[in-house]
Design a protein around this ligand. Structure first.
Ligand code: HEC
Length: 155
């Protein structure tokens, strides 16, 4: 009698445990999370003024240049695909992200200011904290490359 009871309890425990493990199995959630990260870190292409899908050429040209690839991945959502501050997220921002083609701004700042803003964020140079710090994500060389790219746009 007791033997039957114990075996029933053990069986019950096994059934409960395995169903719990199945419920809390993190692998499918992790896979979904990774996929969502991949989708959101990609840049959403913007339609042209005529409402057409933009040519793929621009994106693949950017892919070849590692500095542009970083800019596209990390900065373009706010600063625009080519630094004109027309990124998808910028419309609702106040203050607006910097348009790197602005000659007056280019003349006002030095490379050290731009590098510091990139590495330590807007707040570190007295600007809005909406501009995030990137020092943990970018190497010094990558920051240098981005500064040069930003300077190119001012020419
Ligand atoms: C979440 C949106 C956002 C992202 C992403 C972002 N920025 Fe900015 N950035 C801003 C905003 C907003 C400002 C303007 C802050 C202000 O004027 O107070 C700014 C300002 C700057 C400035 C300083 C301009 C000045 O006025 O002196 C530099 C340089 C800059 N960003 C570079 C970058 C680079 C390079 C990246 C990518 C690694 C990047 N930003 C990513 C929003 C963003």
């Amino acid at each position: 009698m007791a033997y039957k009871f114990v075996s029933l309890v053990v069986l019950g425990m096994i059934v409960t445990l395995t169903s719990c493990m199945d419920q809390y199995n993190p692998i499918p959630y992790w896979k979904q999370f990774t996929k969502e990260r991949e989708v959101t870190s990609g840049v959403t292409p913007k339609l042209t003024d005529k409402g057409e899908i933009p040519p793929r050429v621009a994106a693949s040209a950017g892919d070849q240049d590692p500095v542009m690839a970083k800019f596209t991945a990390l900065c373009s959502s706010c600063h625009g695909a080519d630094g004109k501050a027309d990124g998808a997220a910028s419309a609702a921002m106040n203050p607006k992200p910097r348009n790197f083609h602005e000659k007056a701004w280019q003349a006002k700042v030095d490379d050290a200011h731009i590098a510091k803003a990139i590495k330590e964020g807007g707040a570190s140079v007295g600007l809005s904290g909406t501009m995030p710090p990137w020092g943990a994500v970018l190497s010094d060389d990558e920051v240098k490359g981005l500064v040069a790219k930003i300077r190119d746009w001012g020419k």
